[in-house]
Write a protein that binds this ligand. Structure first.
Ligand SMILES: [Zn+2]
Length: 359
């Protein structure tokens, strides 16, 4: 295999989703610039390390300076490890990758954070240290549809959420909606369980401009089937379901859309960048795009590429949907929720909720 072919194979393999990426790394080696696993583990396993540090909640101002800083755990250092790709560029301390950092940056930027917030995170990628810190900062629970790929306190089906109306302040839903067959059912259910003023922070991979099913069977790294490849028309679907939808992006991406041309010369193969930009121009009106980080900030917190590998588009793109002034609907509050083997929201609420949600 020629050097060029090896380089291309390594890049393509590493830029695929988790499992394919892992297999690719085993076969072709780590992409250039990726820190050795041993170095990452040495940092993560430092004596006494429990990152994020629960004593530094996400509403603490970011530290001064201009060097890299992780918005999840506040690690500061010379550079994030791994190649400049949303899935691979990792915080050496907590393991947050580019999209984790983007989601948390959006959370802190868009939501008035405080300890009483009732937060559910769907299929969280990060482990025990992160979950335990989140549970210190918020009334926080995790959920997964079948508890196979991710562990969770709850086993929720987004198409039929086993929770009462208006019981939730924040739903973090990163890279889950593409695995749900009926998007409209899920959005209607999410709207139902969000309290007035609640927030849905919805992050989906965007590989193309307009929503369509995959043209051939597609599975992400945890063998979960993909039902939808979303595009920018998702904004109008959120509005159709009663959300006030904003499309959060980096200034780099907003500038690219406004420029009318494609400023990037190369990109990871899975992303159809010209179609993404066309879709953004066609289906996202200018006011939809809300830059949440200028170039300097985005580079500092690691939500912008350090190379052209992923070129500031695709999965770093996220949506945040906010409930407008929706009347308080409580007719179904008394319905409670049916217990699930993994522990029910109701039972945890009775013992842990600072708000007495169902009282
Ligand atoms: Zn971190």
């Amino acid at each position: 295999m020629t050097t060029d072919l090896r380089r291309i194979a390594r890049t393509v393999a590493a830029s695929s989703y988790r499992k394919a990426g892992e297999v690719g790394r085993r076969v072709f080696g780590a992409p250039a610039g990726e820190a050795p696993d041993a170095a990452r583990q040495a940092v993560a396993a430092a004596p006494g390390a429990l990152l994020p540090d629960p004593s530094t909640p996400p509403w603490t101002p970011m530290p001064d300076g201009d060097g890299p800083v992780c918005p999840v755990c506040r690690w500061q250092g010379e550079s994030f490890s791994g190649s400049a790709h949303v899935e691979l560029s990792q915080c050496p301390a907590c393991g947050a990758n580019g999209r984790d950092r983007f989601l948390h940056w959006c959370l802190a930027d868009r939501v008035a954070l405080h300890p009483a917030l009732r937060v559910i995170e769907c299929s969280p990628r990060l482990g025990e240290g992160y979950r335990s810190a989140m549970a210190t900062w918020f009334f926080y629970r995790t959920s997964d549809y079948d508890l196979s790929a991710h562990r969770g306190n709850l086993q929720l089906d987004l198409q039929n959420i086993d929770l009462p109306d208006a019981c939730l302040d924040v739903l973090l839903c990163a890279h889950v909606l593409e695995h749900v067959p009926d998007t409209d059912k899920a959005l209607a259910e999410i709207r139902r369980v969000l309290a007035p003023g609640g927030h849905l922070l919805l992050q989906v991979p965007v590989l193309q401009g307009r929503t369509a099913p995959p043209t051939e069977p597609e599975f992400h790294g945890d063998n979960t089937p993909v039902f939808w490849r979303f595009g920018f028309d998702l904004t109008s679907r959120l509005r159709h379901h009663g959300f006030t939808a904003d499309l959060l992006c980096t200034a780099e991406f907003a500038d690219a859309v406004a420029s009318g041309s494609n400023p990037w010369s190369t990109w990871a193969g899975a992303f159809d960048v010209p179609d993404i930009l066309d879709g953004a121009r066609r289906d996202a009106v200018a006011s939809d795009l809300e830059p949440i980080a200028d170039r300097t900030t985005a580079a500092r917190v690691g939500i912008v590429s350090r190379s052209s590998l992923n070129c500031g588009s695709g999965a770093r793109w996220a949506m945040a949907a906010r409930m407008a002034s929706v009347p308080w609907v409580s007719t179904r509050l008394t319905r409670g929720c049916r217990s699930r083997p993994a522990g029910s929201w109701a039972s945890m609420n009775a013992t842990s909720s600072p708000l007495g949600v169902f009282a």
